[in-house]
Design a protein around this ligand. Structure first.
Ligand code: PBG
Length: 331
């Protein structure tokens, strides 16, 4: 046809499945997944979460079963989030330092029954505070340095329980270096740190706050410590600081709306880079799936491949067991 330049026919490579497989640039495998799990008190409990279809809050024994499932599916690590009894929440988040708190008991149980799996715990006070904030407060102010002292105690408590990775999600200044030093001093030099390095003050955490029971409590918002969604250069400065202070891995959060940040972080630092496909992202996809507007498997896989394409080494995602099952079926 006149006027068409067909020196190149890019569609040639897309004609057959074998050819598409041959030129595929990124692959998603179970090795890329970290599975976040919500933990509650009790035995044999699997409590559905309204805004997160197919996700449950699990009692410790059920969390152990989830860990077995994860191991069998080849998922390398779990991230644990406790839903703390409201009567144990106070202004200072004291329950965070209790060596027998829910998350510590979950860590010990999983460690014992499923030693092959990596266990990550969140370092931030929000599951424990009566005001729902990640830090200590004076009036309306979230105190930085006092909070870092508390986070150190919380991280040490989790390390003593046997966690493999501590993940500070609080966005206080200087906490990575302080936690690293404290861990080393107590002989936990092998405990890894995954820094929530570029964590944004996002609307997409809503379902998570329902899951851990902090949503109704939250006084105000988190914009004095979590980042402004409008900023990108600032994310690089945050990541640089966390890496300088000894973070082993860095995370961008939320995920899909921040893929540009993932790419910049990976290109700039070349460090192990993760994204958190957060609760609201999961809820959006699942809400559409429930209405029959999106195909569950296709939407799930496409959303996760996007992270690999953007340069991430892995993803924290509530889809972890479902996508790992799908990948296992294919293999
Ligand atoms: C707590 C924390 C949050 C998430 C992970 N750790 C919520 C928040 O900062 O309010 C969100 C995860 C999700 O939405 O899936 N510091």
């Amino acid at each position: 046809m006149a006027g068409l330049d067909l020196t190149h026919r890019p569609r040639r490579l897309r004609r057959a499945e074998w050819s598409r497989r041959l030129v595929r640039e990124t692959v998603l495998t179970a090795n890329d997944l970290i599975w976040p799990i919500f933990v509650i008190e009790g035995q044999g409990q699997r409590e559905p979460i309204g805004s997160m279809p197919m996700v449950h809050r699990l009692s410790v024994d059920e969390a152990v079963r989830a860990a077995v499932r994860a191991r069998d599916l080849g998922i390398p690590a779990l991230a644990l989030f406790p839903n703390t009894d409201p009567t144990l929440r106070d202004e200072k988040g004291a329950e965070a330092f209790n060596e027998n708190n829910l998350v510590c008991r979950a860590v010990r149980a999983i460690r014992k029954e499923v030693p092959e799996i990596g266990v990550m715990t969140d370092v931030a006070l929000d599951p424990y505070t009566s005001h729902g904030h990640d830090g200590l407060m004076r009036g309306d102010e979230i105190l930085n340095d006092e909070t870092v002292e508390a986070l150190i105690r919380q991280a040490l408590n989790q390390a003593r329980a046997g966690c493999d990775i501590v993940a500070p999600s609080d966005m206080m200044d200087g906490r990575i270096g302080a936690i690293r030093a404290a861990l080393d001093k107590e002989g936990f030099e092998q405990v890894q740190i995954m820094a929530y390095a570029a964590k944004y003050a996002s609307a997409f955490y809503g379902p998570f706050r329902e899951a851990v029971g902090s949503g109704g409590l939250l006084r105000g918002d988190k914009r004095t410590y979590q980042m402004d969604p409008a900023n990108s250069d600032e994310a690089l400065r945050e990541v640089a600081l966390d890496l300088e202070q000894g973070a082993d891995m860095v995370m961008v959060k939320p995920g899909l709306p921040y893929l540009d940040i993932c790419r910049r972080v990976k290109d700039e630092f070349g460090a192990p880079t993760f994204a958190y496909q957060v609760s609201g992202e999961y809820a959006m996809i699942m809400a559409a799936v429930e209405r029959g507007w999106l195909d569950h498997e296709k939407a799930m896989v496409e959303s996760l491949v996007a992270f690999k394409r953007a340069g991430c080494d892995g993803v924290l995602t509530y889809f972890a067991p479902f996508v790992a099952e799908k990948l296992a079926r294919q293999a």
